[in-house]
Design a binder for this molecule. Sequence first.
Ligand code: NAD
Ligand code: AHE
Ligand code: ZN
Length: 375
Amino acid sequence: MPVIACRAAVCWEAGSRLQIETIEVAPPKEGEVRIKIVSTSVCHTDEYTRTGKDPEGVFPCVLGHEGAGIVEMVGKKVASLEVGDHVIPLYTPQCKACKFCRSEKTNLCSKIREMQGKGLMPDGTSRFRCRGKMLHHFMGCSTFSEYTVCAEISVAKVNNSAPFNRICLLGCGITTGYGAVLNTAKVEPKSTCVVFGVGAVGLAVIMGCVKAAAARIVAVDINDSKKEIAEKFGATDFVNPHSHPDKKLKDVLIELLDGGADYSFECVGNVELMRTALECCHKGWGQSVIIGVAAAGEEISTRPFQLVTGRVWKGSAFGGFKSRDSVPKLVDEYMDGQLKIDEFVTHEFGFQDINKAFDVARDGGAIRCIVNVQQ
Ligand code: NAD
Ligand code: AHE
Ligand code: ZN
């Protein structure tokens, strides 16, 4: 069975910049497929994991979880995918059989979650080697490689006329923010919403709030340059906390929204901001959804009275979408002009320049940087 030698961006240890290496990618085992990745992007979670802050970041590894490509080889007993299918790898799989998949209440399939968290394929081994060493997988996707191997249940087959360098963004950020509004919060028309953090996830939240016909959408970011794009997406107000040095941010927002928000969304990963996001919610009914990923060991806190008086704290992973069922539909929505993706793309690089994509993502100026892996 052919092992492929190809280029991949390897993160050898926590904190290191990625290195373009020639790696060996083994053929897919039973229930797996090998995918030629065409385009990928850098999500904040890749950068956060690269720094070593995520306990589930296991090194050396091939990072990346926002990608799109073409099935190159299928393993035994793969029934739902064929060579040549256009696909998006999914860090939240959908086996359709586990307790979680059978419940309408969650999208958190548990079938392969344990091994995925250890950076391994479902059988507890890796398909990647480089310089005589095993490389770990990441989030079941490892899209920073010309070829990767994923479990069949972690792959969505999509419309084969959709552009890879756009739909790769449905592998995480856009789907996450959009679904957090429509599936997790279920925002109603005329609601008031606050979105903390205007990155790709925050903008997708704004897009979801517009779709839900929210009356007020307040975007909060410490970077004033995000005001323009937030408003372009449909934010009605922009608040930079640094412009109110003498006031608590939650008081600024409560005043602006006549008692507080119906819904708030934390899209940064800052535990202090998560508290503000809960406490700026309206007494009696306000709901706050945590989307941001906080570093290992960090905890959230608030006075229990905040909850006793009717505020609700929730969280959302992959926008609450049942992944294999939903991602193909989102691709179709994009193709029909119903869902924005192009507007999220601020930079585009060849694979050799993947570290530049990390640099601009870190600088805060970028929304999403596309990396075309085959270039
Ligand atoms: P990003 O880095 O592109 O955007 C973050 C934004 O937050 C930036 O505009 C930045 O200026 C702003 N910001 C930073 N500190 C701030 C503060 N104190 N107050 C207000 N704004 C602040 O990130 P992203 O890729 O959009 O991801 C956002 C978060 O969501 C990350 O924590 C990421 O790990 C997480 N995430 C979670 C899921 C999930 O399924 N739950 C999926 C994707 C990403
Ligand atoms: N591994 C971390 C938590 C990381 C985390 O929260 N991941 C999000 C996706 S981030 C995508 O950019 C998620 O959906 N988690 C659900 C899951 O099952 O992984 C930790 O703290 O241990
Ligand atoms: Zn992500």
